[in-house]
Write a protein that binds this ligand. Structure first.
Ligand code: AMP
Length: 197
């Protein structure tokens, strides 16, 4: 069986484990994992112009403006390693970004081929985020910012799933279980779409 191209999005509330699973799946498929959160955090850490611009926004748990975020993703996807496929983590995050992504993929004659929705109950997300705060000391993993990010997820990010559901590309994956179990579930869902290594 020939494989379908892996142009993927992994989506789920903060604390759903999408970052960890995204990296695992991308590695298994030999495609780059592109996390806008990681790009922003790296820039904040290095004190770049972009980092200085977005630090306060990220610490407060707000969304970085769409034009800035979409330009970063567009440039990243133009790199050679993303030509054969990619996994997006944390982008698009609202309907405006869906339109931006559609527009620049269309220019390449491409579209997303699968959207992995990791579902985790709210209490479990909050528990995992508090644990991560203790382990990694992320500045935005404080109570106020966590509450804001989860609220933004529900009001702005969850609605983008309706758009992708209408296209028939969403696989809902139970995000509760061991890391390996969840990776296995995602791998099976992608294989059913002929997306495999
Ligand atoms: P994440 O690691 O995906 O939870 O992202 C951490 C923070 O980076 C978010 O709370 C936002 O402030 C910012 N961010 C990441 N991705 C996006 C995006 N697609 N649009 C706007 N802001 C973003």
């Amino acid at each position: 069986m020939t494989s379908a191209p892996a142009r993927l999005l992994i989506i789920g509330p903060q604390g759903s484990g999408k970052g960890t699973q995204g990296v695992r799946i991308a590695e298994a498929l030999g495609i780059p994992a592109v996390s806008t959160g990681d790009v922003f955090r790296a820039n904040v850490k290095e004190g770049t112009e972009l980092g200085l611009k977005v630090k306060a926004i990220i610490d407060a748990g707000d969304l970085v403006p769409d034009d800035l975020t979409s330009a970063i993703v567009r440039d990243r996807l133009a790199e050679a390693d993303a030509a054969g496929g990619f996994l997006l983590d944390g982008y698009p995050r609202n309907l405006g970004q869906v339109a931006d992504l559609d527009a620049f993929l269309q220019e390449r004659g491409e579209a997303l081929t699968a959207v992995i929705e990791l579902s985790v109950p709210r209490e479990e997300s909050i528990q995992r985020l508090s644990l991560r705060a203790a382990e990694q000391g992320r500045a935005d993993d404080n109570e106020e910012s966590i509450a804001k990010r989860l609220a933004i997820y529900e009001s702005e990010t969850a609605p983008i799933l309706d758009v992708y559901r209408a296209r028939g590309i969403v696989d809902e994956i139970d995000g509760v279980g061991s890391l390996d179990e969840i990776t296995e579930r995602i791998t099976a869902a992608l294989a059913a779409r002929a997306i495999s290594a």
